[in-house]
Write a protein that binds this ligand. Sequence first.
Ligand code: MN
Ligand code: MN
Length: 308
Amino acid sequence: MLYLLWHQNPDTDAICAPLAWSAYLTDQGIANTPIRLGDINNETRFVLDYANITEPKLQTTLNPGSSLVLLDHNDEAQSIPNRDIYTISWLIDHHALGKCTTNAPLMIRVEPVWCTCTVIHQIFTERNYTPSKQIAILMISAILSDTLFFRSPTTTHADRDAVTALNTIAHIPNLEEYAIKMFDAKSQLDGLSPDQIITTDYKIFSMGTKKIAIWVIETTNPRFALNKKKELLTAMAERKVNDGVDAIFIHIIDILTETNTTLVLGKEEEQAIQAIYGAHTQDHLANLGDKISRKKQLVPACEKYFAR
Ligand code: MN
Ligand code: MN
């Protein structure tokens, strides 16, 4: 059996890309099971409801030797625990290559576009494969989510073109309205514990000998997150110890104004924020201006500082 999996604390791309690839493999007669490594967030739940698709099952261990398709991630720190006991058969991604070693040759497709579903759209096009309406909806949603409706810096033409092409199948009447509904769903943090909020988008990166946690809350209403500052700081302190990371950051990204307000836990983080971004911290808060992309701006900047 081929297992399709994506990073922990899955975002919308992380859920939709494997479902799209799974549908394709199934149509080719290749048995496969998509499994998720964590809870899905409210945005993804909205998308799955809209497309009328049930969420994949939660499973974090497999039989040793199982074959994996990695989607939307490659670094082992973000993947299934003990990944080296499995065989990686495929990797489809749009992130920088992190710690990713394999015990056998594999198919790799990693491109500098803004969403794994954009890469998948390109493969589908090359292979003359047309996805179903439901899958087209998922793929569009993933691209709108990863690009923040094309607001993210350096969104590529490929991402826009993929959405245009896929919407001839999906027929979402007003894409901007649809995107805002997705983002509003994601911004609903009420009733969630800090640890559930973490699952909205928490990633650990290996940087040199250090492990850095970068947690992003993309929201149309930063107040939701800022009102929970105290609880979030407590959750950060716990995560820092439990996950054994050297530093932890929460970036609250206002999708509408495209600005980044960062929660700064302690002295180490405060020094780092000053050195990396030249930003001053007050009351555990720092203004990082327009640094809204983890992949393109935050991770590379942190890497320069921590991997020295
Ligand atoms: Mn992702
Ligand atoms: Mn992605």
